[in-house]
Design a protein around this ligand. Structure first.
Ligand code: KG4
Ligand code: ZN
Length: 348
C-alpha cells in the first residue's frame, strides 16, 4: 500500500492507494472556510491548521490499512514554505515509525499525472504515452509542460503574472461573489444562453484574448483582469458606476470564452513544435466546463486525445500524490534525500 500526505497550500490531505491504484482511504480537510473572511489563503494560518489536522486525520485511518503501508510519499514542493514543512516533518515521523521509505514528491507532477488516475469502478492498467503535453491551470499555476517521462517534464511556457485561477478569484472578489471564485463564476456564466457548446461567446462584451500574438508559449492574465474591470466600470476605470448584476452572466461567459481560447491557442502552438497525441489539462481550473468543452471539441477536430482528471482530483488532494508514488515505485524510482522546496518547478 502507498500512503501520501499533501499540505502544500490550504488543503490537508492523506490518501492510501493499493498497488493497482485503487484508493483504499482518502481524507481531505479543506481550509477554505477558515480563509474566506480574509479573501484569500493566509499562509501562517494554513501552516498551523495543517500541524493540528495532520495527527488527528492520521489517527482516523484504519489501523489494519496503516500496517500494510510499504511506501510513504509527501508533497515536498512547490508550495507555501510553512505548509510544506508541516507535511514533510509529519511524514518523516510516520516513515520512521512505520519503517518505510519516504519519497519527496512534486505537487505539479501530482496534478499532471492525476489525469491518469483510473475510476475505481473502471480499473485497468494505464499506459501513459510519452511525450505528451500537460497544461496545469490552478489558483497558483498556469504552466504548459512537455512530459517526456515520469521524472522529466520540460517547462514550455508559464504565466508572466497572474495564474488563471487567480484571475477568476480576483474577478469574483470585484463582483462580490467571494473566494474562491472559479466555481461560482462558472455557475453565473451558465445563466447566459448565447455561448456555443464549444465555449464561443456571442454578445456585447469584447474582451481581448491575452498573448494571442506573443510568439511564445507563455500566458498572461493581468491585462485581461484590467479589461474586465473596465467593462465592470462601464469603460472608465476611475468610475464608481458599475454594470448591473443582470449583465454579469454575459460578461462572465465572455470571460470564460477568452480564457478557454487563450489556453487552447498556446496548446495548439505547442503541438506544432512538439507533435503529441495526447494533451492533459489538470489543476482546479480544469474543473471548468467551458474549458473542458473547448478542449474536447478541438481534440475531436484533430484526432487528438484530451484527458482531464475527475473533478475531485483537480483541486488539491492527496490521492494524486499517492497515485504518483505508485507510479514511482512501479518504475523503480529510488527515494532520494530531500527537503521542503517551496519553488520546486519540475521543469526547471
Ligand atoms: O488546484 P487548486 O486547488 O489550487 C492550487 O493549487 O492553486 O485550484 C484552485 C483554483 C481556484 O482559483 C478556483 O477558483 C479554481 O481552482 N476553480 C475553478 C473552478 N473550480 C475551482 N475555476 C474555474 N471553474 C471552476 N468550476
Ligand atoms: Zn495544486
Amino acid at each position: 500500500m502507498y500512503a501520501a500526505i499533501e499540505t502544500s497550500f490550504d488543503e490537508t490531505g492523506i490518501a492510501i492507494c493499493d498497488p493497482e491504484g485503487r484508493m483504499a482511504a482518502s481524507l481531505l480537510a479543506s481550509q477554505v472556510e477558515r480563509h474566506k473572511p480574509y479573501g484569500g489563503c493566509v499562509p501562517e494560518l494554513a501552516a498551523r491548521t495543517h500541524l493540528s489536522d495532520l495527527p488527528q486525520m492520521w489517527r482516523q485511518l484504519p489501523p489494519e490499512l496503516v500496517q500494510q503501508v510499504t511506501h510513504l510519499g509527501v508533497t515536498s514542493g512547490p508550495g507555501l514554505p510553512g505548509c510544506l514543512l508541516a507535511g514533510v516533518n509529519f511524514a518523516r515521523g510516520v516513515a520512521r515509525a512505520l519503517r518505510v521509505p519516504l519519497f519527496g514528491l512534486n505537487h505539479l507532477a501530482g496534478h499532471v499525472f492525476s489525469a491518469f488516475i483510473p475510476e475505481n469502478s473502471d480499473y485497468r492498467v494505464v499506459t501513459i504515452p510519452y511525450p505528451h503535453l500537460a497544461l496545469l491551470v490552478s489558483g497558483g499555476h498556469t504552466e504548459l509542460f512537455l512530459v517526456k517521462s515520469l521524472t522529466a517534464m520540460e517547462l514550455l511556457g508559464q504565466t508572466r503574472d497572474d495564474a488563471v485561477g487567480e484571475l477568476l478569484d480576483k474577478i469574483s472578489a470585484l463582483l462580490g461573489y467571494g473566494y474562491p471564485g472559479g466555481a461560482v463564476l462558472e455557475l453565473k456564466a451558465r445563466e447566459y444562453p448565447d455561448i456555443s457548446d464549444d465555449a464561443r461567446y456571442r454578445g456585447e462584451f469584447k474582451l481581448p484574448v491575452p498573448m494571442r500574438d506573443s510568439g511564445d508559449l507563455n500566458f498572461s492574465y493581468s491585462g485581461l483582469k484590467t479589461a474586465v474591470l473596465r467593462e465592470i466600470r462601464r469603460g472608465d476605470l476611475a468610475s464608481d458606476t458599475v454594470i448591473d448584476a443582470g449583465q454579469h452572466p454575459s460578461l462572465l461567459a465572455a470571460l470564460f470564452s477568452v480564457v478557454a481560447e487563450s489556453l487552447w491557442i498556446k496548446v495548439a502552438a505547442a503541438l506544432e513544435q512538439y507533435p503529441a497525441e495526447l494533451v492533459t489539462v489538470s489543476g482546479g481550473v480544469a474543473i471548468n466546463g467551458f474549458i473542458r468543452a473547448r478542449f474536447a471539441a478541438e481534440g475531436r477536430a484533430r484526432g487528438l486525445e484530451v484527458r482531464f482528471p475527475q473533478p475531485r482530483h483537480c483541486l488539491d488532494n492527496a490521492e494524486m500524490i499517492a497515485w504518483l508514488l505508485k507510479l514511482y515505485v512501479e518504475a523503480n524510482v529510488a527515494p532520494v534525500p530531500f527537503d521542503a522546496h517551496s519553488n520546486w518547478n519540475p521543469g526547471l
